[in-house]
Design a protein around this ligand. Sequence first.
Ligand code: PMP
Length: 418
Amino acid sequence: GAGASTGQLAGETDVAAGEATDLFTKFDSTIAMRTNLLASGVDDPFSLVMEQVLSPTRAICNGRETILLGTYNYMGMTFDPDVIAAGTQALADFGSGTTGSRVLNGTYQGHKECEDALREFYDMEHAMVFSTGYQANLGIISTVAGKGDYVVLDIDSHASIWDGCAMGNAEIVPFKHNDIEAMEKRLKRIPEGAGKLVVLEGVYSMLGDIAPLKEMVKVAKDNGAMVLVDEAHSMGFIGEHGRGVVEDAGVLDDVDFIIGTFSKSVGTVGGFCVSNHPKFEILRLVCRPYVFTASLPPSVVATAATSIRKLMTATEKRAHLWKNSGRLHGGLKSLGFELGTDEPQSAIVAVLMPDLERGAAMWSALLQEGLYVNLARPPATPANMTLLRCSLCAEHSDEEVGEILDMFERAGKAVGII
Ligand code: PMP
């Protein structure tokens, strides 16, 4: 039969003239993976339902109170009373949705205030809010780097970055993860005079490791490239003011674009790009994922703006989140788990699993204990790894981190991982 790779030829080989081809044949290997996994008796890791959400760190799943260790709610802003109040007020004052594009009827006062909050947060000239972070990458990358331009990017980049490259039709030049020399070699091979965009992430979300931005941004600039950094997983947390790894590395003024999202530390949904480029505002007219979609609802931009302003001064929360990340990382390491990084580098601690079957069994055992983590598998993960990704929240208490470690110890022994 036609496998995933030969599916496109099915019309010529297997199917008689005039007979319809099944366009779903290409999903057969994924269907088989899912069927096999469920046959092993584990809970389905890809269809968990949060029946009630009690706080940034607790929810009811399968009727049981569960500690959440697999959300992107790093700063725990989702139930902040000021954030809730701002959203409620905007819902009452401006209605449930804008029913239009940012460039037509979809720019409300709240969208401007949200962009003001971002410009202040990053101390930058321009801010553009998109409906998701995915669309921010898709839009900025595809619009800035077009046919004939080159995008040099880390091989472990997020799907939204790859999709932005594909949509823009630029030449795509990947380099080995976090490898400064490999990046430099690729840059030097690009023909003289061609447009160059280097795309990096502050924190890589699968292993929770950070990029050597100080060195990389310098190499990019020395080779005449513009630089975009996706700070989705560091905003609000890393850097003195929470501006991300770019701030921590001291290269905030050297990057051309920062991409971010409201779906992680900010605690709602939406995406953005901030920049000091003098011509930045023209993007509002030429960036298709900005123009051809509806703008965010008023309640969402109001919660985002309030949350962003509070994150500017959230020094104590940042300190507690670093403490949580250090304790979980150290605790899991001493229990004998293999981790994605030697030292804690972010709020993400990735626990390496030997294979998908044991990863799913461990995920399931943790859920039985009352702990939710993210199960990540290829193609989202690098090097075919199966990972249990733990992401900490500034609202996890010291006691909760202790409970989490006890749960990992019991589940790890039961499944035979440690
Ligand atoms: N960039 C990175 C690095 C991400 O991890 C994500 C989401 N996981 C996004 C962008 C997209 O963000 P959003 O959820 O706002 O679409």
